[in-house]
Design a protein around this ligand. Structure first.
Ligand SMILES: [Mg+2]
Length: 387
């Protein structure tokens, strides 16, 4: 996997700027007067010939661009800057990295494009479970169980990735309602199920794709799976390498920012609920793999997406990696992951982070009021650094 590692960045940017420079003045959006770069001349192949800009962005979504279904006012103005309304005159590439998910990348990008008013392509979008595309080969033909989301939406996403035998906890309820007697399937839930005999179907892995909707049912079935070597209803066994069910969580967020006034419990809270119950039953925590921000594997995956996006816009691979700026609202995920990846990080005040509760747990490169201010600050910083 190719990664974005900074080479001789400053000298390269200076050369790049000199090559483009034309005596000209303009205004940053906040009216700060700075020396600027020549607007890139547009030709019929402009998008294929654009020079690489000195910086690229990775944005979190919830609490940065959106809150619930509402677009934050600064989001559209920030994206307009990246589409060329900035002192460099260049389109500045960006990707979105979210710990959200539950639907396909294509469907989410269609929705985001409509909400934000800019074309967001799947090639610039990484959601919590996108990284699972890289492990499909390991499980493609084995039965797996997916958790989270409504009805069988997550099953469809998993099948779209290439997993062939995908089951849900609602399938388990349709097979045997006594598994969890405190829930009765609704007609719509039943219509989403697949018939399968779980007593003859060893599940090799459990993937928590998205936030579970029925924690009690899902904790029960997860406990059944991991204690019985993947066969629901079979006798409980000590966990060993031979009978271990792989457990994968895609989003570690304990909290996330939705439309409600206070942050809501996220998938990380479900993981802790499961582990607390499992610990009470066995005296141990169950081993698991964690994807999503701030995991290293997710940031490595995002770096590859960024390099591909740069090539898509300019028609060639970047010789020198530009500075990456992560803009997020959650110090524990956005800022921690960006800092570990050696990116610059900007923490905004429109989401989870509450300055009234003290300094953030992970120190960002900069704190901004909102995403527009974050973008303006980063562009100004790179231009000043380039001289
Ligand atoms: Mg967020």
């Amino acid at each position: 996997m190719e990664s974005l590692r900074r080479g001789p960045r400053f000298s390269s940017i200076r050369l790049h700027c000199r090559a483009l420079a034309q005596p000209r003045r303009c205004f940053l959006p906040n009216n700060l007067r700075v020396r600027t770069l020549q607007t890139h001349s547009r030709s019929s192949t402009a998008s294929r010939q654009q020079p690489h800009p000195p910086l690229v962005f990775a944005f979190d979504i919830d609490g940065v661009l959106l809150r619930g279904e509402t677009v934050l006012p600064a989001a559209k103005r920030a994206l307009a800057r990246l589409e060329g309304a900035n002192p460099t005159g260049l389109k500045i590439p960006y990707i979105l990295i979210t710990n959200g998910g539950g639907i396909s990348e294509e469907d989410r990008c269609r929705k985001l494009s409509k909400q934000l008013g800019f074309d967001i392509k799947p090639t610039q979008y990484v959601q919590s479970h996108t990284v699972l595309k890289s492990v499909v080969h390991k499980y493609a033909e084995k039965p797996i169980m997916v958790f989270g989301g409504k009805f069988d939406e997550v099953r469809k996403v998993a099948e779209g990735y290439g997993f062939e035998k995908v089951y849900t906890t609602l399938d388990v309820m349709a097979w045997n309602p006594n598994v969890w007697p405190f829930h009765e399937l609704t007609a719509e839930e039943r219509a989403s199920t697949k018939p399968v005999d779980f007593s003859r179907t060893p599940i090799s892995a459990a993937f928590v794709f998205h936030d579970p909707r029925n924690w009690a049912l899902d904790v029960q079935i997860l406990c059944d799976l991991v204690q019985s070597g993947g066969i629901i209803g079979a006798p409980y066994l000590p966990v060993s390498e031979q009978n271990k069910v792989d457990l994968v969580f895609c989003n570690p967020d304990l909290l996330w920012r939705a439309a409600f006034d206070r942050p809501r419990l996220g998938q990380g809270a479900f993981r802790e609920a499961f582990q607390a119950v499992y610990h009470a039953l066995t005296g141990k925590r169950y081993p698991y793999v964690q994807y999503g921000k701030p995991s290293e594997v997710t940031y490595k995956f995002a770096e590859k997406v960024l390099v591909d996006r740069l090539e898509e816009l300019s028609g060639r691979r970047p010789a020198v990696s530009p500075e990456v700026y992560m803009v997020g609202d959650n110090p524990e995920s956005d800022i921690a992951g960006a800092n570990a990846a050696k990116w610059s990080s900007v923490l905004v005040r429109t989401g989870v982070f509450d300055p009234a509760q003290g300094p953030p747990a992970h120190t960002p490169t900069h704190i901004a009021e909102d995403v527009e201010e974050a973008v303006e600050w980063a562009i100004r910083r790179e231009m000043e650094r380039a001289g």
